[in-house]
Design a protein around this ligand. Structure first.
Ligand SMILES: Cc1cc2nc3c(=O)[nH]c(=O)nc-3n(C[C@H](O)[C@H](O)[C@H](O)COP(=O)(O)OP(=O)(O)OC[C@H]3O[C@@H](n4cnc5c(N)ncnc54)[C@H](O)[C@@H]3O)c2cc1C
Length: 393
């Protein structure tokens, strides 16, 4: 088993062979992947060394200190956080070899074609059809809220392959080429003025069977790996103290004493403590993750993340008064990455509204915590044995 000393040595070897100051960024990232220092817990040959995940900071810290470039993880969050763990668990050897390296280096951006106009919380009701035709599948349907679709080369896609089966059982999971002529991406403008996400229309898109992930009809199970990782990716990011939404408001409080009131002080103290508790819980979840795979506990972190972001950004707007209502740019931007705490207070306030929707709404996450963490009785689900084609729509 690779230990910390070996990782330090391998990192030194990488830096000696590819000095960051004189090496092209992409060449460096590819060499890092090939040296097994990308995600050390991945298998050898796929960017890792089969080392414990807890040892990743050994590599990251040494590389950052040497001024090495990183792969800009916020730009490729869906690839790193959702597609990669799913490919690793369910992909064939050929799929892993083809997709993981350019995914990690950021050469190929990924998006997630799951939600549809008629299937969000009830994702298993989705209606996008995939019909087998020789060695291919032909896909027709519409997806919505697809973050980064305008930047993406590949998508993780779930589609219905058997409408005669109950909704959870007739779904299959694919990798979709976003450059296929049948894929049309249209921007959707959000409350922030930006268009991070899109509608995606799929018309006669041909996907070779070699780009199916998992068995035919087993897409719901495969999707659980993606969704569990999504919640951790959104809500479970490890942060330094005051690293999240609480950071800007705490700074304003310290720097602008003229804005302070007793009531705001009480609110700030309460939220500061809650943010710190959430951060430390995130640390613990990170440690659990290091020894296994994310379970439904990720839902709890994502819930706390959404509530705190909304309350803290609301407090910041109250603290700033009229100034908090200023907004510097309403043009429809197509951001390359989403930084929840970036930009001004008004942006943070508006963008945080989406936190309780994206990656599963807070109501749905409460159901997951109730049923799968606390073991409470399940919601009645009267349609789970009915063929999808017979469901009321
Ligand atoms: C910023 C952002 C980015 C996104 N990015 C992507 C992406 O890249 N790819 C993708 O596939 N999707 C993406 N989504 C979509 C997101 O996953 C869905 O919006 C979400 O799952 C909710 O689905 P819906 O919008 O259809 O709402 P609905 O499911 O119609 O829900 C409407 C309301 O009803 C409530 N509700 C529904 N069912 C229940 C229930 N059983 N019990 C209690 N309350 C219930 C919900 O909580 C919600 O308040 C994104 C969303 C946002 C906001």
């Amino acid at each position: 088993m690779t230990d910390a000393a070996e990782l330090r040595q391998r990192t030194r070897d990488l830096l000696a062979a590819h000095p960051p100051a004189s090496t092209d960024r992409l060449d460096f990232l590819r060499a890092r992947f090939d040296a097994g220092l990308a995600w050390v817990h991945f298998p050898e040959g796929l960017g890792g060394l089969g080392a414990p995940r807890t040892l990743q900071p050994v590599v990251d810290t040494a590389l950052a200190a040497a001024g090495a470039p990183d792969n800009d993880p916020r730009r490729i969050g869906i690839g790193l956080g959702m597609a990669a763990p799913t490919l690793l668990k369910y992909g064939t050897d050929e799929q892993k070899q083809r997709f993981l390296r350019p995914l990690w280096t950021g050469e190929e951006v990924w998006c997630q074609l799951f939600s549809e106009p008629g299937a969000g919380s009830d994702l298993a009701a989705l209606g996008t059809r995939a019909v087998r035709d020789g060695d291919d599948w032909v896909v027709d349907g519409q997806k919505v809220w697809t973050s980064s679709a305008h930047l993406a080369r590949w998508a993780i896609l779930i589609a219905r392959t058997d409408p005669d089966l109950p909704k959870h059982r007739g779904i299959t999971y694919f990798v979709c080429d976003m450059t296929d002529p049948g894929v049309e991406v249209r921007p959707l403008r959000q409350i922030t003025g930006e268009a991070e996400f899109n509608e995606v229309f799929l018309t006669g898109v041909r996907i070779p069977d070699t780009r199916r992930l998992g068995e035919v009809g087993d897409g719901w199970r495969v999707a659980q790996t993606t969704l569990n990782n999504e919640r951790v990716a959104i809500g479970g990011r490890r942060l330094p103290r005051e690293g999240g939404m609480i950071g800007p408001v705490a700074r304003t409080w310290r720097e602008r004493p003229e804005l302070r009131t007793h009531d705001l002080h009480q609110r700030l103290l309460t939220l500061w403590v809650e943010a710190e508790v959430a951060r430390l819980t995130g640390e613990r979840l990170g440690q659990q993750l290091a020894v296994g795979h994310p379970g439904p506990e990720g839902a709890g972190m994502k819930l706390a993340f959404a509530r705190l972001n909304q309350e803290i950004s609301g407090l910041e707007v109250d603290l700033l008064g009229e100034e908090g209502l200023l907004y510097d740019d309403w043009t429809m931007r197509r951001p390359e990455l989403v930084d929840f705490t970036g930009r001004e207070a008004g942006y943070r306030y508006l963008r945080s509204k989406g936190n309780s929707i994206e990656g599963g709404t807070s109501e749905i996450l409460l159901n997951i915590v109730a049923e799968r963490v606390l073991g409470l009785p399940a919601e009645p689900r009267t349609d789970k044995d009915v063929a999808w084609k017979d469901l009321a729509r």
